[in-house]
Design a protein around this ligand. Structure first.
Ligand SMILES: NC(=O)c1ccc[n+]([C@@H]2O[C@H](COP(=O)([O-])OP(=O)(O)OC[C@H]3O[C@@H](n4cnc5c(N)ncnc54)[C@H](OP(=O)(O)O)[C@@H]3O)[C@@H](O)[C@H]2O)c1
Length: 289
């Protein structure tokens, strides 16, 4: 069997995790990184080190990019753009869907094929069973390279639209960011109260399915304009005040909950003005001016 090979450009925590997973899967990997020391560390694990970005492009047909944002792709590949023809660029860096579509147009105009990825990984643990990789771009390009990319994570291919992987990825991050800050506030409340933090964590982290059920119920509600009526908005507004009081009495920052409460205040005001329920979803969606 012929040796499979590819190039990884960008060796932050994610690029390094990818290089390790690919080498473990028996794939020959060439690397390049702006800060050379990170490439040297990967060479010690068995990767080939390219001296320049152009050399990294020339080394293989399939090139993975793992960069902070799309601007880094232009910074790195722009000066080597005449080396892009005939390559397959799998850009697994985060950015907006619009920037992603522009990036795909730029790469394909230079004669490359293109795939987009968004890693919903457990940090940089891409081999964790709950990690997965959203992918989008032309189906034939995905089908031709899915096996080579398989060591990276479970794949969720979404369709031809280059931006779609970023739509799903950024949408999940919107939830994830709020969730993480909310969790830190919850921990701070319990910690500051002097209660047993481990006992709280064991209980609170033991029923994630209740969030799944709310996700589904609110998604159904969203199809009909959003969840709730005036009574529920007032109930949520008052409930948010109790979280604010519980937090601030202990010296815990409650800015996240103040933002939450403000959404319900706006829903109450908009409902009063319209004479019918204007749910928070319509305010967030931007169609309740
Ligand atoms: N870390 C995670 O847990 C995680 C999880 C899921 C998704 N992601 C996403 O995956 C991507 C990679 O993540 P990461 O944590 O490895 O990112 P990172 O630490 O920000 O680094 C990625 C790479 O980008 C390079 N880079 C940034 N700007 C550059 C520029 N202008 N020119 C040349 N190189 C540039 C860095 O080079 P230097 O080494 O020279 O600085 C580094 O190799 C990001 O888009 C991130 O949002 C990360």
């Amino acid at each position: 069997m012929s040796q499979q090979s590819l190039t990884v450009i960008g060796l932050g925590p994610m690029g390094q995790a990818m290089v390790k997973a690919l080498i473990e899967a028996g794939i020959e990997v060439t690397v390049w990184n702006r800060t050379a020391a990170k490439a040297e560390a990967m060479a010690e694990l068995g990767a080939h080190r390219a001296e320049t970005a152009a050399e990294a492009l020339d080394a293989n047909r399939v090139i993975i990019l793992s960069l902070t944002h799309y601007q880094a792709m232009y910074d790195i590949l722009g000066p080597a753009a005449d080396h892009l023809r005939g390559k397959v660029i799998a850009n697994l860096s985060s950015d907006s869907p619009e920037n992603t579509r522009e990036g795909a147009a730029w790469a394909t105009e230079h004669g490359a094929q293109y795939l987009v990825g968004g890693f919903m990984s457990q940090g940089d643990d891409i081999k964790h069973p709950d990690s997965y990789l959203y992918l989008s771009g032309p189906k034939d390009v995905f089908e031709a390279h899915r096996d080579l990319l398989r060591p990276l994570s479970r794949q969720e291919y979404l369709g031809d639209d280059y931006g779609l992987a970023q739509v799903f990825y950024q949408a999940e991050l919107a939830l994830f960011h709020a969730f993480l800050i909310g969790w830190e506030q919850a921990l701070a409340i319990v910690d500051r109260s002097g209660a047993d933090l481990d006992r709280f964590v064991a209980g609170a982290s033991g029923h994630p399915n209740s969030y799944r059920d709310f996700m589904r119920e609110f998604a159904e509600g969203a199809k009909h304009g959003g969840w709730g009526d005036l009574h529920s908005f007032k109930m949520m507004h008052a409930g948010a005040q109790h979280v604010i009081d519980a937090s601030e009495d202990l010296g815990v920052d409650a800015r996240l909950t103040r933002t939450v409460q403000d959404y319900y205040r706006r829903a109450i005001e908009a409902t009063d003005k319209a004479g019918h329920p204007v749910p928070v979803y319509r305010i967030i969606r931007g169609d309740a001016a």
